[in-house]
Write a protein that binds this ligand. Structure first.
Ligand SMILES: N[C@@H](CCC(=O)N[C@@H](CS)C(=O)NCC(=O)O)C(=O)O
Length: 249
């Protein structure tokens, strides 16, 4: 088969190219775990619209019409934007590989993806890490991030960034969110590593993406340090269990 084209965001300051976006990690890990050949097109934020608008895609309404992950599958001539649409497509198109949606789990997995990780990202990590994204962006991207976020949140990035008491509260949230995730996985039975039990499912790709986001983008941050040490290093072990599916190519 011909490799799938995978569109991802790059960082200006990266010595090596590797993914930092939580959304793209969800689908990158799906391609990796299914062993589907792909090649990455690394883009700046400002390149998303000019590049992705050339594909046959329905733009999203609002200030950010084109997002990553996006894929183009030359084998079927299909372009797909949105991590969950991509992961469902990969499952349908390549069902004989690692199963991401075991029978009867799609609804509960979607509930996880729509409700659990958006809180970890949007309500907790984004405000803690927003300046890490900004500081690692190219000059054109910095302007773009300021302009789009001003439209989206009606505030400057420095006002969106959590500091002081707000940051303390968000760190507590983060600890609780990770504790809950651990508690839920434990319900699968003693020694279970993944939401999927002994093998990762789509919701695991989602949780893994959140952990990648904070530990790769901001390895020296308190959020990353907490993630790697809380619950006796459970999440460091979780990342380790994913290592073989965590390459950026
Ligand atoms: N629901 C989408 C969200 C995708 C998304 O927001 N991606 C971000 C990168 S993390 C993006 O492309 N942002 C473009 C921008 O902010 O201009 C998904 O799951 O793929």
């Amino acid at each position: 088969m011909e490799p799938i084209v995978f569109y991802d965001l790059k960082r200006e300051t990266a010595k090596e190219l590797w993914a930092f976006s939580p959304n793209t990690w969800r689908s990158r890990a799906a391609l990796n775990i299914k062993g589907i050949p792909y090649k990455t097109v690394w883009l700046d934020f400002v390149e998303l619209k000019p590049t992705l608008s050339k594909l046959d895609l329905e733009p999203v309404l609002g200030p950010v019409p084109y997002t990553v992950p996006t894929i183009y599958d030359p084998n079927t001539k299909k372009a797909i934007m949105d991590s969950q649409a991509i992961n469902r497509y990969l499952e349908e198109q390549y069902p004989d590989r690692h199963v991401l949606f075991p029978k009867g789990t799609a609804a509960l997995q979607a509930a996880w993806v729509d409700n659990i990780t958006p809180k970890m990202i949007g309500q907790t990590l984004d405000p803690l890490l927003v300046m890490h994204v900004y500081n690692q962006a190219s000059p054109a991207d910095r302007k773009y991030l300021r302009d789009t976020r001003r439209k989206m949140f009606g505030a400057e990035l420095e006002q969106i960034e959590a500091r002081g008491e707000v940051a303390e509260r968000l760190m507590k949230n983060w600890e609780k969110q990770l504790a809950d995730a651990g508690k839920w996985i434990d319900l699968n039975g003693h020694g279970s590593v993944f939401i999927g039990g002994c093998a990762p499912v789509n919701a695991d790709l989602d949780l893994h993406a959140v952990l990648k986001y904070c530990t790769l983008l901001a390895p020296d941050s308190r959020a990353a340090s907490l993630a790697l040490t809380t619950q006796n290093g459970r999440w460091a072990n979780y990342l380790k269990a994913f290592e073989k599916w965590a390459q950026s190519v």
